[in-house]
Design a protein around this ligand. Structure first.
Ligand code: NAD
Length: 475
């Protein structure tokens, strides 16, 4: 993590990447703050509305040629992008350490190595993707939709961009990217990688700026065929409404309140593993992941045992070394509001103790709250910070019902000694992802949510299919 006593490197990005050229941005300057040091670590010039128009026009002009390229050629360009990102992995990790605050090891492993694995999986999916198939006398063609606007959040500054942009480019669409204002710097480095890899002009364009101006313009634009958005559920609702005016296609990857369900047959050993992995998952990236397992649902008679295990596991996440900061002072205030008495219901008790926090940076004490009411604000709303709730269930059916008692449906986990019963419980979880007995992230598997966690799927073949229209040609 950057030492708060030294001055941050200040990355200056005055130019935008539009139509294959770096051009001066026409909007206002924006400072990027390092959330671990509270120092300015970047200054970017945002896009003006004219820049957004130019970027959409460049993407529209580039579309027919890119869409018509043989798959092998698109795969070759993406492979060069992948190699450049891998060669410059330390540069990306340093940028993400500064703009997002992740400790260096995590900045590399989670924020850079994971998106590289996603690129690999997407190239493999592209090479076998069924762009053409047959049903009776019909030829079924999957055709790239046109211009895709990608709008991304701050929690994973490179990964969130890669999971949208790389499958879109693989499919043959062209892209205009608006990264998050709090963490725009990694996207500039990625634009340099696209440029160095020889991506044709206009196929990828970078227009940083506010959601209200740049994001809104992209969502309304008649020449944008699809908006692919990752962010909060409230903004997702706004985007779905605005996109409806032009009946644009939308992919929405939104918030979550994922549950980790321990079934009644779990052995002590499995229970200990479940608690350790759930705490690690909930606190990953300072608790700022959309799939955070923020509710741990356990058999009622084992709550005390789980409280001890969870408190011991949480004590290992020292803020400033293993645990990074929250992204901003506003986010810290929001997370702290979930720690106020009553947020978890009248019976809720905090089982962790306050710890020393670094003098600088937007840190909070990693916290486990037990005996949380399933209908309380703490159990229902996304915290987006290192706060785990423990809830008790009367039976396995009750545990799954509590897990599904949410407007969200993004991730989840199930733990059970009888793996068939655990898989059956996973089938009843109303979520887009479920990890059984510690199953790990698969960079080629579809990613997305049920219910108000969104619509559409990203990554690999599902990510490619998500930006394709389907045409039936009868012969
Ligand atoms: P946010 O919704 O505030 O912003 C996301 C992006 O949308 C930013 O680029 C922002 O500038 C832009 N935006 C804001 N208002 C807009 C508008 N009216 N029109 C167009 N664009 C607009 O989200 P955030 O605070 O950056 O990120 C945190 C949220 O993202 C959390 O809720 C988290 O769960 C969610 N998230 C979801 C996933 C997923 O894959 N499901 C992944 C990561 C984060």
């Amino acid at each position: 993590m950057t030492d708060a006593t030294t001055r941050d490197t200040v990355q200056r990005e005055a130019e935008l990447y539009i139509g294959g050229r770096w051009v001066p941005g026409g909007g206002t300057d924006l400072e990027v703050e390092n959330p671990a040091t509270e120092q300015v670590t970047g200054v970017i010039t945002q896009a003006s509305t004219g820049d957004v128009e130019a970027a959409v026009a460049a993407a529209k002009a580039a579309f027919p040629e890119w869409a018509g390229r043989p798959v092998a050629e698109r795969a070759a360009v993406l492979r060069r992008v992948r190699d450049i990102v891998a060669e410059r992995a330390d540069v990306f990790a340093d940028i993400i350490n500064r703009e997002q605050g992740s400790p260096p090891k995590l900045a590399r492993a989670l924020h850079v190595d994971t998106p590289i694995a996603v690129v690999d999986a997407t190239i493999a999916a592209l090479e076998r993707f069924p762009f053409a198939s047959e049903i009776g006398n019909s030829l079924i063609r999957r055709e790239p939709v046109g211009v895709v606007a990608a709008i991304t959040p701050w929690n994973l500054p490179l990964h969130q961009v890669v999971v949208k942009v790389v499958p879109a480019l693989a499919a043959g669409t062209t892209v205009v990217l608006k990264p998050a204002g709090l963490t725009p710097l990694a996207a500039f480095e990625l634009a340099r990688a696209f440029d160095a890899a020889g991506l044709p002009p206009g196929v990828f364009n970078l227009v940083p700026g506010s959601g209200r101006v740049v994001g809104d313009l992209l969502t309304r634009h008649p020449d944008v065929a699809q908006v692919s958005f990752t962010g909060s559920t409230p903004v997702g609702r706004t985007i779905a409404g605005v996109a409806a005016e032009t009946l644009k296609r939308v992919t929405l990857e939104l918030g979550g309140k994922s549950a980790s369900v321990v079934l009644s047959d779990a052995t002590d050993e499995l229970l200990a593993k479940a608690v350790k992995i759930t705490v690690a998952n909930c606190f990953l990236n300072g608790g700022q992941t959309c799939t955070a397992l923020s509710r741990l649902i356990v058999p009622g008679h084992r709550v005390e045992q789980v409280e001890e295990l969870a408190a011991a596991a949480a004590a290992k996440y020292a803020p400033g070394s293993r645990l990074g900061p929250l992204i901003s002072a506003d986010q810290r205030k929001e997370v702290e509001s979930f720690l106020e008495p009553g947020a978890g219901g009248s019976a809720a008790v905090t089982v962790t103790s306050p710890v020393d926090l670094p003098a600088h940076g937007f840190y909070v004490t990693p916290t486990v709250v037990s005996r949380v009411d399933p209908d309380s604000r703490l159990a229902q709303e996304e915290v987006f910070g290192p706060v785990l709730s423990i809830l008790s269930a009367g039976s396995d059916d009750d545990a799954v019902a509590i897990a599904n008692n949410s407007i969200y449906g993004l991730g989840g986990a199930v733990w059970g000694t009888d793996s068939d019963a655990a898989l059956a419980a996973a089938a009843r979880m109303q979520t887009g992802q479920v990890d059984v007995n510690g199953g790990t992230f698969n960079a080629g598997a579809p990613f997305g949510g049920y219910k108000q966690s969104g619509t559409g799927r990203e990554i690999g073949e599902y990510g490619i299919a998500d930006v394709c229209e389907i045409k039936a040609v009868q012969r």
